[in-house]
Design a protein around this ligand. Structure first.
Ligand code: ZN
Length: 444
């Protein structure tokens, strides 16, 4: 019994499959609304039981309002000889997201304030947005910007900002209880691979894996929504669901070569915080645990003070801490199949831990039970993992007083959760343990 749910060969295959999905989604010009976002959700819906929701522009979402829908057909800047010097068709990062339509001729001096580049990385195109402020602009490599000469330029952005809707997708996998585990990934970035598509790919494979799981104690909800506004829309429309959320993870930045990072929930000591820390610890590789901060991804909406949901964030290198972040260099080469597979494996282990983290009561608590007479040694001898499970047996018997969960026992004994869970299965099978109901879940 182990925390690893796939062989190295299966992990290779999984990593390649996830990278394949990232490659498929990468060219689409997504934004927080519009056809690219819808196309992305439709593509996911062909693979997983995703329900697509549309929320009209102008709808209220907590303190926010759903913006007009943005669509873009084409955009370019041509020089006086008619040559495309910036072309949306070549890379969708060339246009500032939510640019209003433009069709004009102008001097370089007039065009210049609308051009964005990265002098420190002269060959990369930056990613810029202007969702809530009317503006237009182009992004380009700094080395290209430096080559622009005085003269007249033809500037065209064939876009539309009009009443429409915001789209988000939701997958619900019902379990034995209505208590929920929530996963959330943003789907609003255009051609950026690690920042958004890596989280989507891992979420899709977690869904597939959970669909095959013979039993699910929890109900699983996966949200694929545009960052910030999408999470706010979901929260505003699902108030009655929130009290059932027992644990959650924002999945993002899961494909780079950096070590795994877990960012804690606002409360910092919830079950998912302890589960994630335990899994990263026993995985053995370098990793980091960070305290909550009200920055980053949608964990700051789920963890806003009015909701205070137990939702952490699983990632590798945090946002803005790798140079390729929000640039054209966050591409298909930055995301590695092996990193995706490793991230998936850790997320799956966290899920398995949450599923199996129950409480038992020792039915023979006065003195140690006589294990041989109870058939424990015979049952142990049949297990291939007997070396791992044996040291957990006295711990599970001693601490199973109906109060301690298996994770409590693992933490206290310094054994790993799956050793403890294996011992609990064995002892329950011999009638020495009885599962107790979960204590009333409190939510305020
Ligand atoms: Zn981002």
């Amino acid at each position: 019994m182990t925390w690893e749910f796939a062989t190295p060969a299966q992990l290779n295959e999984l990593g390649e499959r996830m990278h394949g999905l990232v490659r498929e989604l990468y060219p689409i010009c997504r934004s927080i609304t519009g056809p690219g976002l819808r196309q992305t959700l439709a593509l996911l819906a062909a693979q997983i039981p995703l329900v697509q929701h549309e929320v009209a522009s102008g709808s209220e979402a907590l303190d926010w309002i759903v913006p007009p829908e943005w669509s873009i057909r084409d955009a370019y800047v041509k020089d006086s000889s008619g040559r495309h010097i910036i072309d949306f068709q070549a890379h969708n990062l060339h246009v500032v997201q939510y640019s209003q339509p433009v069709s004009a001729r102008m001097s370089l001096a007039d065009l210049r304030p609308h051009l964005h580049s990265l002098p420190e990385h002269p060959s990369w195109i930056p990613y810029r947005t202007s969702y809530y402020e009317l503006a237009w602009g182009f992004c380009l490599a700094h080395q290209q910007l430096e080559q622009l000469r005085e003269g007249e330029y033809e500037v065209r952005i064939d876009s539309e900002l009009s009443p429409g809707s915001l789209s988000y997708g939701e997958v619900i996998l019902p379990g034995e209880t209505a208590d929920e585990v929530l996963f959330s990934s943003h789907v609003c970035h255009p051609s950026l691979a690690n920042d958004n598509l890596s989280g989507v790919a891992v979420a899709v494979e977690l869904i597939r894996w959970l669909q095959q799981r013979p039993r699910r104690r929890y109900t699983y909800r996966f949200i694929f929504a545009p960052g910030t506004i999408g999470a706010l829309v979901w929260l505003s429309r699902n108030r009655e669901t929130l009290a059932r959320i027992q644990a959650g993870l924002v999945l993002t930045l899961l494909g780079d070569a950096g070590p795994s990072t877990y960012k804690q929930t606002r409360r910092g000591n919830t079950e998912v915080d302890r589960a994630a820390a335990h899994v990263l610890e026993i995985a053995g590789a370098p990793h980091a645990i960070r305290g909550f901060s009200p920055t980053g991804y949608d964990e700051r909406q789920y963890g806003s003070p009015g909701f205070d949901l137990p939702v952490g964030c699983l990632m590798r290198t945090p946002h803005a801490e790798y140079p390729e972040y929000h640039t054209s260099a966050d591409d298909l080469n930055l995301v590695r199949p092996a990193s995706l597979a490793d991230s998936w494996q850790k997320a799956a282990a966290i899920v398995d831990l949450l599923e199996r983290n129950v409480r038992y009561r020792n039915e023979c608590p006065y003195g140690e039970p006589q294990l041989g007479r109870r058939g424990v040694f015979a049952a142990l001898a049949e297990r291939s993992d007997k070396q791992q499970v044996q040291p957990a047996i006295p711990w599970v018997l001693n601490l199973s007083d109906g109060q301690h969960s298996l994770l409590d026992i693992a933490e206290r004994s310094k054994l790993n959760f799956w050793q403890v869970a294996g011992a609990a299965d064995l002892l329950a099978g011999q009638g020495l343990l009885t599962r107790v109901a979960d204590p009333a879940r409190d939510f305020s």
